[in-house]
Design a protein around this ligand. Structure first.
Ligand code: FAD
Length: 445
């Protein structure tokens, strides 16, 4: 017997329920990845992620070959390609990880129609706790983080699955070589499961509790691209972290709970990828020049510009900087969060529908923040999380000569660099537009 494993966002051998079950069910397993033009058509095929994905597939193929397999890559509509391959090979089953987005859900429904009961969908592959596994009384998902976290802690942990035994993939199957998925972009982190496991080994989780909010220390794990493509399973990471223990590991697991939280929101409300989750704002301003200045890291607020330039140069941004730059766009400039979320998705290697859109909504006050009216003051944030200005100095080199905290307020400096812009809005008024909009919104209700 033979089973097909359709890889999607689970590009790994360790703790992979679909791969493991396929091997357990059949004598032979055929690992398949489909490059689907629908992803590009939906605008999700950003160059940084395409390049990273190519590296993930190369690594996956190499690892599969070590256990007697090989990755088959086909191009076209995922459902058509998968069903055709299953028919060609007389597959007894097709195994796939359950997804959370509307797109993934529709793909699953179509696979079900094409394959009937030969389709096996595996929950618990993308997140540590599957969406819907815990719910509050009378609701289909948690809308508030803290009670979700409490419920999450009570869920029994699934032991991580080992790499399966020999796959015995038949040779000579028609399909493109893995190298056909060509990388297109430059200096990104090493991709794939092997690199992900090395990254975890070399990173020091023990320091996470102290360092995770310190912009210059850059003490977070940088595992987000690997988690997005499933090179590491969130479930296994929780196990690994809990085995190490201590405040660092605890704080790290909490971030993985945030990831699960946003995934269960999106799974229950796929429309939250583009529509306000709590439908409360429709008065966003439009201002192309301000938006362009934000995109380019030329707002005149050094902490904001540092974050935006880190994103442009590396395809990644520190979480604290994501909060500050997003708040600046949505609340200080009062521009639609969707514009900012789109820009992030165009550049982030870890760009992820659940984490990106729902964090943006959280910051914009349209999402799950229980204090939706708070506005982050970029200067207070800079003083607190980049006290020596080292983060700004790294990413905004034209300000590097300004000493200490002065770097955060170049408009006050005696020798302001001529090539750095004046602040886009008055530095003391970064909360004004949002508050005024809130007041007129409340007034009209
Ligand atoms: P670590 O601090 O080491 O955390 C470990 C893992 O926990 C991360 O890799 C991530 O998977 C998860 N995590 C951490 N913080 C969050 C969070 N707030 N929400 C959900 N999961 C979290 N994360 C993405 O993976 N993709 C995105 O597209 C994305 N967009 C964001 C947009 C905005 C406006 C904000 C405020 C946050 C966004 N995040 C996103 C969440 C977070 O900023 C990144 O996950 C984190 O910075 C990645 O770096 P790290 O792997 O070193 O994180």
């Amino acid at each position: 017997t033979l089973a097909v494993v359709l890889f999607t966002q689970d590009l790994r051998l360790h703790d992979n329920p679909a791969l493991y079950a396929a091997r357990a069910e059949a004598d032979q397993a055929v690992p398949l990845f489909v490059t689907d033009p629908a992803i590009a058509a939906a605008g999700f095929d950003a160059p940084n992620r395409r390049a990273f994905l190519a590296g993930c597939l190369t690594d996956l193929d190499a690892s599969l070959r070590r256990i007697g397999g090989r990755l088959l890559v086909r191009e076209g509509d995922t459902v058509e390609q998968t069903a055709r391959l299953a028919a060609e090979l007389g597959a007894v089953a097709v195994h796939v990880a359950a997804g959370v987005s509307g797109y993934a859900r529709r793909r699953e429904q179509r696979l079900r129609r094409a394959l009937g009961d030969r389709l096996r969908v595996h929950e618990g592959s993308l997140t540590a706790v599957p969406p819907g596994a815990v719910t509050p009384a009378g609701r289909d998902h948690y809308a508030v983080f803290t009670p979700y976290q409490r419920a999450w802690q009570q869920v029994g942990r699934r032991a991580p699955l080992p790499v399966p035994g020999p796959l015995n993939t038949p040779t000579g199957l028609p399909g493109a070589d893995v190298d056909s998925v060509k990388p297109t972009a430059g200096s990104l982190p090493a991709a794939g499961e092997s690199a992900a496991r090395r990254a975890w080994q070399h990173w020091r989780v023990a320091q996470y509790a102290q360092l995770h909010d310190d912009l210059a220390a850059d003490g977070t794990s940088h595992l987000s691209p690997y988690l997005h493509f499933g090179c590491l399973s969130a479930n296994e990471l929780v196990h690994l972290a809990e085995r190490r223990g201590g405040p660092g590991a605890e704080a790290f697991v909490r971030q993985l709970v945030w990831r699960d939280f946003h995934h269960q929101v999106l799974a229950a409300r796929p429309a939250a990828a583009h529509a306000d989750y709590r439908a409360r704002h429709d008065s966003w301003r439009t201002d192309e020049a301000e938006f362009a200045a934000w995109q380019q890291g030329r707002t005149g607020f050094p902490i904001v510009d540092a974050g935006m330039r880190q994103l442009a140069e590396t395809g990644w941004m520190h979480n604290r900087a994501r909060l500050v730059t997003a708040s600046f766009l949505a609340k200080s400039l009062y521009l639609d969060w969707r514009l900012g979320a789109r820009h992030f998705l165009d550049h982030l290697v870890d760009g992820d529908l659940a984490n990106n859109q729902l964090n943006w909504q959280w910051v914009a006050g349209t999402g799950t923040d229980t204090r939706p009216n708070r506005v982050l003051n970029p200067l207070a944030q800079a003083d607190r999380y980049d006290p020596d200005g080292a983060y700004v100095r790294r990413w905004v080199p034209e300000l590097a000569a300004l000493p200490g905290r002065e770097i955060h307020r170049p408009w006050r400096a005696r020798h302001r660099p001529a090539d750095y812009p004046a602040p886009l809005i008055a530095p003391e008024s970064t909360g004004v537009r949002f508050r005024e909009a809130r007041e007129s919104l409340n007034g009209s209700q």
